[in-house]
Design a protein around this ligand. Structure first.
Ligand SMILES: [Zn+2]
Length: 467
C-alpha cells in the first residue's frame, strides 16, 4: 500500500509539499515549497518540516516557482542528500529563483540583526545560506518531458508538460507492489490554455489518485482578446497625456507574456512613440533562459504575433532596452515622456519598480498598469485599491498617476479548464484538491460534482491518504 501525506498547499495557495511513501518506493517528496507573504524572517522561522530531511530518498519538483521550490536549500541544510528530479528548464530557472530568494532573505536578516543588536538581543542565525543553494543545485537531476525514469527498483516517474511556466511539469508516479501497479498523478500548477508562449497542459488518462491544483477553481478567466484591447486603449490614452508607463511584473512568466503582447502591438504600429525598457536584472536573466528554450515554447502563438521570431529579447520588440546596471536604471528617471518601464516586483513590495513609482506616481500624466494578482498588505494592493497617498522608502507620495488593472492574464487553468482536465481520466481516480483557498476549492468541488458527478477530497494539512 502507498500513501500520500498533504504537508502544504492545503486550502492555501503556497507551501506546496506532499510526501509519497510506500515500502517499495521509500519516501519521496513532491515539491518543497515556501509559504509566501509577511517578511522573510518571520516566514522562514515558521517553516518546520514534518519529517526528518535525511530520511527523504528523493524530491520530485513540479516547477521552479518558490511556493513549490523555495525550501529546498533549507531541506539540504538539514541533511537531505538525495536527488532532486525536475524538468531540464526548471533547473535553469531554479538557480535564479533560489539565489534571488536567499539574497533577499540574508539582506532582511542582516537588517533585523542590526536592530536586535541595538536592542541588546542576540542575533538570529540564518536558516540556510547561499552555499546551501549551490548544494541544492548540484543535487538536481534533469529529465525531459515523457522520459520515464526510476525512483526505485519498483517505482517509475514521468513528467508531462503542465503549460504553466517554462519547465513546469505534471508528475506521474507508478508504484508496483505484489504484482499490481498504482499510479499517482500530481498536477503541479496547470497552465491557462489561453496564455501565450506556453503549450496547453497535457491530458493524462490513467491514475488511481490525482492531486489537482485549484487556484482559480472558483472562476473563469475573461477572454484574452478583451485584455489586449484594453491594453491598446490604455496605451493610446497614455500617449495623449505625453506621460510614462510603469508595468510591475513578475520575472518568470508574466514579463515574457507582456513582452509578447507588446511585440504584437509593436507590429500593429501602436508602440512607435514608446521606448520599452526592461528594468530588472532578474527578469532579463529569466528571459534569456526562455530564449535558450525558445523552440520548446508554443510556436503557434509566437508565429501568429511575430512570424519567424527566434528570440523574445531580440525579435518581439526590436528596440527593447535591457536595463541591467543601477546606473542604467537611474538614467531612466531622466526620461520626461514616452518610457514604458517593465520592472519587478510584480506586487511592488521590492525591486526597481518601487524607485520608479516613487519618482513618477505624483504626476498625473503617468500610468501604472497592473497585470497580476496583488496580495493584501502590498504596495500594489494599496494602489489597486485606490489609495491617494502611499509611503515608499519612508516618503509620502501622492498618487496622481492613472492606475489601470488588466484582469485577463493568468498562468493558471480556470474552473472550466480544471473540470475539463480531470474529465480526461478514464479510471475514476480518487481526486484530492490542493493549492487553492478553501472557498475556491469548495466551488470547484461543487462544480465537479454538479457537472461530472466527480466527488473530491479537499485536503487538510497533515491528512494522509492511502491509494
Ligand atoms: Zn506556479
Amino acid at each position: 500500500m502507498a500513501t500520500v501525506k498533504i504537508l502544504g498547499a492545503a486550502q492555501e495557495v503556497t507551501g506546496s509539499c506532499h510526501l509519497v511513501e510506500s515500502p517499495v518506493l521509500g519516501k519521496v517528496l513532491l515539491d518543497c515549497g515556501m509559504h509566501q507573504g509577511a517578511n522573510s524572517i518571520k516566514r522562514l522561522g515558521k517553516e518546520h518540516f514534518a519529517f526528518e530531511p535525511h530520511d527523504i530518498d528523493a524530491v520530485v519538483l513540479s516547477h521552479a516557482h518558490l511556493d513549490h521550490s523555495g525550501l529546498l536549500p533549507k531541506l539540504v541544510s538539514l541533511g537531505f542528500q538525495g536527488p532532486i528530479y525536475c524538468a531540464d528548464a526548471t533547473a535553469d530557472l531554479l538557480k535564479i529563483m533560489l539565489l534571488d530568494s536567499v539574497n533577499i532573505y540574508l539582506g532582511d536578516l542582516e537588517r533585523e540583526n542590526r536592530k536586535r543588536l541595538r536592542k541588546g538581543n542576540a542575533p538570529l542565525e540564518p536558516e540556510y545560506s547561499e552555499d546551501d543553494v549551490y548544494k541544492t543545485l548540484l543535487l538536481c537531476v534533469t529529465k525531459d518531458y515523457s522520459e520515464s525514469f526510476n525512483l526505485s527498483d519498483h517505482a517509475r516517474c514521468t513528467f508531462f508538460d503542465a503549460g504553466h511556466i517554462l519547465g513546469s511539469a505534471i508528475v506521474q508516479i507508478q508504484i508496483t507492489e505484489k504484482g499490481s501497479t498504482k499510479t499517482l498523478v500530481f498536477s503541479g500548477d496547470l497552465g491557462n490554455k489561453n496564455a501565450v508562449l506556453m503549450k496547453d497542459p497535457s491530458y493524462l488518462q490513467q491514475a488511481d489518485i490525482v492531486l489537482m491544483e485549484g487556484t482559480y477553481g472558483d472562476r473563469n478567466h475573461r477572454p484574452i482578446e478583451d485584455t489586449v484591447q484594453q491594453l491598446r486603449e490604455i496605451l493610446k490614452e497614455a500617449e495623449t497625456r505625453r506621460g510614462n508607463i510603469m508595468i510591475p511584473a513578475f520575472a518568470v512568466g508574466r514579463t515574457q507574456e507582456i513582452l509578447f503582447y507588446l511585440g504584437q502591438l509593436h507590429r500593429e504600429g501602436i508602440l512607435q512613440n514608446w521606448q520599452v525598457i526592461l528594468d530588472s536584472p532578474m527578469a532579463i536573466e529569466v528571459t534569456k533562459i526562455y530564449d535558450s528554450w525558445f523552440s520548446s515554447l508554443d510556436q503557434k502563438d509566437i508565429n501568429q504575433a511575430t512570424p519567424n521570431a527566434l528570440s523574445i529579447i531580440k525579435d518581439f520588440i526590436p528596440s527593447l532596452f535591457l536595463s541591467v546596471t543601477p546606473e542604467n536604471s537611474m538614467a531612466i528617471n531622466k526620461i520626461a515622456s514616452g518610457a514604458l518601464i517593465i520592472a519587478g516586483s510584480g506586487m511592488c513590495n521590492g525591486g526597481r519598480i518601487k524607485h520608479h513609482l516613487k519618482n513618477r506616481l505624483w504626476d498625473s500624466r503617468n500610468t501604472v498598469i497592473f497585470c497580476g494578482f496583488q496580495a493584501m498588505g502590498t504596495l500594489g494592493r494599496l494602489l489597486v485599491d485606490g489609495k491617494k497617498m502611499v509611503k515608499i522608502f519612508n516618503d509620502s507620495i501622492a498618487v496622481k498617476a492613472n492606475i489601470e488593472t488588466l484582469g485577463g492574464f493568468s498562468a493558471h487553468a480556470d474552473q472550466k479548464a480544471l473540470v475539463e482536465w480531470i474529465s480526461h481520466f478514464s479510471t475514476s481516480p480518487k481526486l484530492v484538491l490542493v493549492h487553492g483557498d478553501g472557498e475556491a476549492l469548495d466551488k470547484l468541488s461543487h462544480a465537479l460534482w454538479e457537472e461530472k458527478g466527480i466527488s473530491t477530497i479537499i485536503a487538510t494539512r497533515g491528512e494522509c491518504i492511502a491509494f
